[in-house]
Design a protein around this ligand. Sequence first.
Ligand SMILES: N[C@@H](CCC[C@H](N)C(=O)O)C(=O)O
Length: 278
Amino acid sequence: MTFAWLKGHGTENDFVLLPDHDGTVHGDLDASFVAALCDRRRGIGADGVLRVIRSSAIGIESAGEWFMDYRNADGSISEMCGNGTRVFALHLADEGLVDPSQPFVIGTRDGDKTMSFDLSTGSRGHSISVDMGVPHVRDVSKVSAAGNTWEAQDVRTGNPHAVAFVDRLDEVGPLLTEPDYDQAVYPDGVNIEFVVREGDRHVAMRVHERGAGETRSCGTGACAVAVAAAVADAAQRPVTYRVDVPGGTLHVTWDADDHITLTGPAEIVARGTMEWTA
Ligand SMILES: N[C@@H](CCC[C@H](N)C(=O)O)C(=O)O
């Protein structure tokens, strides 16, 4: 099989994009194929795959023509990827498949998301916002790493997150293995964020992602972190947090209508075709 691919990232959370508009190229998108593509030694290398497919072709109801079929680096499916939405939207705009001068909708497994480009700087794609919908704040459980245990706020931003405020980001160790968490609270696994305060409405985080390990950024995670910080701060909404990640900076606004908006950059860095023999 020969297929086209692109490589992009949002604050260094990187993705292989697979154009497959009618679903005829990749079929069911096999998990072992996704894992091989994402492998940083024997594949292209990425934290996840974004298949670009028509909503009608994947059979999921959406007001948007285009569906972000997201897969983690290990081949597992997640409901949502915040950084992925911006990279996906930039690709659609680059290919002339959407008009970036107007907000437009893309489909995801967490429902429809409205994308908006800030074209004011003239550098299209360098500031893209996504309406992430309404977060769900649940209970507190515990997470452990490097011999330490912290309380972690359960926040759902389309996918599950455990947000732990720590004194220093290096006290969680190298995060080469998954931190311990309460499997009764997160039976389907969890993305775990470790957060420090940097100033007023300003935090920094590291993340261990379900299905990908430690990554340089996580958009849904940044949203969960901002929500956890706003809850801890008893902040009046609307409120905006700057969230520094190892791969850059994101901004998260939690509005009076309860919706969260994630804003950050996106870039397409490479493209090619690949011969694949199973
Ligand atoms: N990096 C993503 C989140 C990807 C999905 C996550 N690993 C999960 O399994 O839920 C983001 O930017 O949100």
